[in-house]
Design a protein around this ligand. Sequence first.
Ligand SMILES: NC(=O)c1ccc[n+]([C@@H]2O[C@H](COP(=O)([O-])OP(=O)(O)OC[C@H]3O[C@@H](n4cnc5c(N)ncnc54)[C@H](OP(=O)(O)O)[C@@H]3O)[C@@H](O)[C@H]2O)c1
Length: 289
Amino acid sequence: MAGISTGPMAGKTVLVTGGTGGIGKATAARLAAMGARVGITGRDIARTRAVAAEIAAASGNPAVDPFPADMSSQAEVRRLAGEVLAAYPRLDVLVNNVGGFWATRRLTADGLERTFAVNHLAPFLFTCLLTGRLKASAPARIVTVSSGAHAAGKIDFGDLQGERRYSGQRAYSQSKLANILFTYELARRLDGTGVTATVLHPGVVRSGFAAEDPSPMLKLFLPLIRLFLKTPEKGAATSIYLASSPEVEGVTGTYFADSKPRASSPASRDTAAAARLWQISLDLVARTA
Ligand SMILES: NC(=O)c1ccc[n+]([C@@H]2O[C@H](COP(=O)([O-])OP(=O)(O)OC[C@H]3O[C@@H](n4cnc5c(N)ncnc54)[C@H](OP(=O)(O)O)[C@@H]3O)[C@@H](O)[C@H]2O)c1
């Protein structure tokens, strides 16, 4: 079943990762209100179900589906993809929104550094697993939420997982640069398939961002600047635009902010680095296949 029968997204099916809070929840809510069938992911079963029900009630669109999964685990990403493929015979839009900042270095169940695993490898693997369904549903879109923080990022191929040196900010900026390298490489690989790949900076948004494990600096400054930040609804605007607007039909391999194409950093346009990161990512997910 698609979403409700009216609205600009009627008949479309959309999956938003990290749809239980912040920017992802606002994205899912708006796309549901526009008539799409919408799936959301989140780590906690009860919260994911409750938010799906809340979005359904608020949007008047009953077609909002909870997909609980902890995407820091590759086994969970594989299970999640299997459930999405079983539930959705077509998939028009994938919004790779899950991501976070963690001040402390932690390892995931797969023994990988958490920021790299959640912010980059999870959307990499999830997208690879869903690409066949997106191609079969073309024209389709893959929208990935990066950050302006990518501009400070460097892909440290010698220490991708911060084993020698870790800082939350470095790991975060690297992962958000990886989101853009991934998107540009994906766009090249999907050329001619009718599936587009775009990437965006949502702005600085009042959300649950960094709340789990903030750095001392964020702990100090976030409460002071919180009121001046974008609401999640405003922060979701570019994701919603890229997921739904006819204006960006066919637009691929492009970075956006404020619903406008923008230049991303020189490092993000390094095609050799993008190809190298793609191969390393494939190797890292192959270990759990
Ligand atoms: N906020 C900003 O100022 C800002 C700026 C630039 C870019 N961004 C990017 O925007 C995206 C969304 O961030 P946000 O600010 O909306 O953060 P948020 O409020 O913390 O929301 C994060 C979402 O991801 C889910 N999530 C976190 N870890 C997960 C995991 N391991 N598996 C599955 N789901 C997980 C959370 O769900 P549960 O907690 O229910 O699991 C929640 O739905 C991120 O990619 C972030 O890097 C944010």
